[in-house]
Design a protein around this ligand. Structure first.
Ligand SMILES: Nc1ncnc2c1ncn2[C@@H]1O[C@H](COP(=O)(O)OP(=O)(O)OP(=O)(O)O)[C@@H](O)[C@H]1O
Length: 282
């Protein structure tokens, strides 16, 4: 069964459009959503949450239509956006009250257990917390009703590597506890996605460029590094893009189009994304 299914989504926001979005997030998997600034990642997450109307298409969240069955759907999802939604003077006990009233499955002991585990002080107001602490509080608040689907919009941005690692570990542990759970996680920090995502979805100018298993993606593409003369021996249709480096030339290529005699390095997700965006901008 799928945690999230988007079919033929189309919406416009002033001059921006999300066009022909089709996505499937199976239960038990983590999808990383990547794309340049303004690609439409937040718009897509807001559309999933019915905060922005669709002009066309359907979204099914944990078996519920995202609009007609919004209340039922939202009982099963946890959300973390760039910052906390709660008033700045709130302390964890106020957040507890809101969550208690909102989610029938809210577990107070689990909530405070997560705060203790993440070392978030419970006597301070949101305004008195550092960004890292606020994000950890946001995560604990999102997890405290044990949602089956987590929607995270850049939950690790602006966090130091130690806190980022704590957050990723928390997410992996959360997934390990129940095979039904899934996460859709937008991020510019592709190394975080490299660590935990099963699938990478690349949104570019409001279109999905690819939505592919991470392992498959890294198998599909290779990095050629050498001189121009050797590069010219590759079939042109194998080359996604090239760039000059200090020692020669580098190209992102489609592995299956390139003879095995050429040694190809493993590109990172960031390199794959950069080549696609750069080629568009030439
Ligand atoms: N409130 C709004 N009204 C109209 N257009 C908006 C609004 N918010 C964002 N947009 C536009 O929607 C487009 C997509 O923005 P969005 O924030 O979804 O991108 P993003 O991929 O999340 O970017 P970033 O990585 O910078 O967060 C942009 O062109 C942006 O200008």
């Amino acid at each position: 069964m799928t945690a999230l299914q988007i079919q033929d989504l189309y919406l416009t926001r002033d001059e921006f459009a999300l066009v022909n979005i089709n996505l499937v997030l199976p239960k038990g998997t983590i999808m990383g959503l990547i794309g340049e600034n303004g690609a439409g990642k937040t718009t897509l997450l807001k559309a999933i949450l019915n905060l922005i109307p669709l002009q066309d298409g359907t979204i099914t969240l944990v078996g519920h239509d995202h609009k007609n069955e919004e209340v039922a759907a939202k009982q099963h999802i946890g959300i973390v956006f760039d910052d906390l939604f709660f008033p700045p003077y709130y302390k964890p006990k106020h957040i507890e009250g809101v969550l208690q009233r909102t989610f029938s499955t809210f577990d107070k002991y689990y909530f405070y257990g997560l705060l203790e585990q993440l070392k978030v002080p419970t006597h301070k107001k949101i305004t008195q917390l550092s960004r890292g602490m606020r994000m950890k509080l946001a995560l604990a608040s999102a997890l405290a009703h044990r949602p089956t689907l987590l929607l995270l919009d850049e939950p690790t941005s602006g966090l130091d590597p130690i806190i980022r690692d704590e957050v990723l570990t928390l997410l992996v542990t959360y997934m390990d506890e129940d095979a039904e759970r899934s996460i859709l996680f937008s991020s510019h920090i592709t190394s975080d996605l490299e660590k935990i995502a099963d699938t990478i979805t690349f949104l570019h100018k409001g279109n999905i460029h690819f939505s592919t298993a991470k392992d498959e993606l890294q198998y599909q593409y290779g990095l050629f590094q050498g001189d121009e003369e050797t590069l010219n021996m590759l079939p042109p249709y194998a080359i996604v893009g090239t760039r000059k480096t200090a020692v020669g030339i580098e190209a992102l290529v489609k592995r299956e189009e390139v003879n095995e005699v050429f040694h190809l390095a493993q590109p990172t997700i960031e390199e794959i994304m950069l080549y696609f965006v750069k080629v568009e901008r030439l």
